[in-house]
Design a protein. Structure first.
Length: 178
């Protein structure tokens, strides 16, 4: 089976080893796709390259899971449902990014130099926010606000968690003889 058909064609079956290796490729490509959300890239090309890459990655994820489920004697319905949930989460993320980045704003030449200087600062701000969120999540209870915050963070991470758990379960299924 060639590499392109592995990620695009619904025909065939996948054994455990091939499934895990191809799943690793899809997840690493998903992490690498986050580069398309950098401010410089968003300013030049907008959100559309990220949309296209995410659509291709969701399709590749779905294809390898359907092939693995077929190898285990299962139907594809669960994989399709998980892929739809994840796709809806990605669409919500793209709407949020489009709303927060304001693609209709007009940039002047001085803004590009200022944005390049702010990249390092925004990276440190991002690290600070991640550490602050973890600090708040694992600190003493602040009442109902903390419960709501934890619930919202859990709901935001739920589609990714569902897809990872589904991948682990799918990859651990035993293959049936052909």
């Amino acid at each position: 089976m060639d590499a392109l058909a592995l990620f695009t064609s619904l025909d065939g079956r996948l054994g455990r080893r091939t499934f895990w290796l191809s799943l690793l490729v899809v997840y690493l490509a998903g992490v690498a796709a986050q580069v398309l959300l950098m401010p410089d890239v968003l300013a030049r090309s907008g959100i559309w390259p990220f949309c296209a890459v995410e659509a291709a990655l969701i399709w590749a994820w779905l294809v390898i899971h359907i092939k693995r489920l077929r190898d285990a004697g299962q139907g594809p319905a669960t994989a399709v449902a998980v892929a739809i949930i994840y796709a809806l989460a990605v669409v919500l993320l793209m709407v949020l990014i489009a709303f927060l980045t304001n693609p209709n704003a007009v940039a002047t030449p001085g803004d590009a130099a200022q944005a390049a200087g702010n990249t390092a600062g925004s990276t440190w701000l991002g690290f600070f926010l991640v550490f602050a969120i973890f600090g708040v999540l694992f600190s003493h209870d602040f009442g109902m606000f903390m419960v709501i915050l934890k619930l919202m963070i859990f709901l935001a991470c739920l589609p990714t968690l569902i897809s990872i758990v589904f991948s682990l379960v799918t990859g651990s299924r035993k293959s049936l003889p052909p």
